[in-house]
Write a protein that binds this ligand. Structure first.
Ligand code: BGC
Ligand code: CA
Length: 212
């Protein structure tokens, strides 16, 4: 830039050249940036303090959960136990681990239920739709007397629904006293110490009366 151009610039921007020297060396933009950063830092510190106070409260007090009508619509067997599935007035639990028939019955009883008692083709279809060709114990055995099949809830076997696989029960090896859903959901008898998944069943608990 030659001398002549510099003089032109000074003529066009007289105000700039009139700024006091201190402001020219410390422009307002730096001041604004500094104040903005200060403000942001203060806000961040306040937000952090708030988050840490909420988080310490969450660790202290257990959350109170009030279940709503839509919860009980989505989870008829209890929104606090969504692993129980509803079908036709009953609740079912499909185990995630295998065990013996006896232990399966115990585990269902510990859950306030029994091993599933299959009373109709509709119920059978519901169960089959969830057992994905795996073996699942049901509440049927002839442990007490060979050939006399009994449901764990006392349902009369002779007049009730059955769904044995063709050729079953066959008491293979003379030692098969417990029934499970087998491939495609049909029933088979096997040794009771065999390890299968299991299905627990309980009636849907009556709704507790509205406290209001
Ligand atoms: C037989 C069943 C028996 C099973 C035992 C099959 O081959 O058909 O009746 O219960 O073996 O694992
Ligand atoms: Ca068999």
């Amino acid at each position: 830039m030659d001398e002549e151009e510099l003089q032109d610039d000074l003529r066009q921007f007289p105000a700039r050249s009139a700024l006091p020297r201190c402001l020219r060396s410390f422009p307002a933009v730096y001041l604004t940036l500094f104040l903005t950063s200060l403000l942001l830092l203060t806000l961040s510190a306040l937000a952090l303090a708030r988050v840490s106070s909420i988080s310490s409260k969450l660790h202290q007090e257990p959350l109170e959960r009030n279940f709503t009508d839509s919860d009980s619509f989505l989870f008829p067997c209890g929104a606090d136990s969504p692993e129980w599935e509803y079908f036709s007035g009953h609740c079912y639990y499909f185990s995630l681990a295998r065990t013996s028939w006896e232990r399966a019955l115990e585990q269902c009883r510990e859950r306030g239920a029994g091993l599933a008692v299959v009373g109709s083709f509709a119920e059978q279809q519901f169960l089959m739709s969830r057992t994905r060709n795996e073996r699942f114990w049901i509440g049927l055995s002839d442990r007490n007397s060979e050939g006399n099949w009994e449901w764990v809830d006392g349902t009369d076997y002779t007049s009730a629904f059955t769904f044995w696989k063709e050729g079953e029960p066959n008491d293979s090896g003379r030692n098969e006293d417990c029934a499970h859903l087998w491939i495609s959901g049909k029933w088979n008898d096997v040794h009771c110490t065999f390890e299968c998944f299991f299905i627990c069943e309980r009636p849907l608990a009556p709704k507790s009366p509205n406290p209001h």
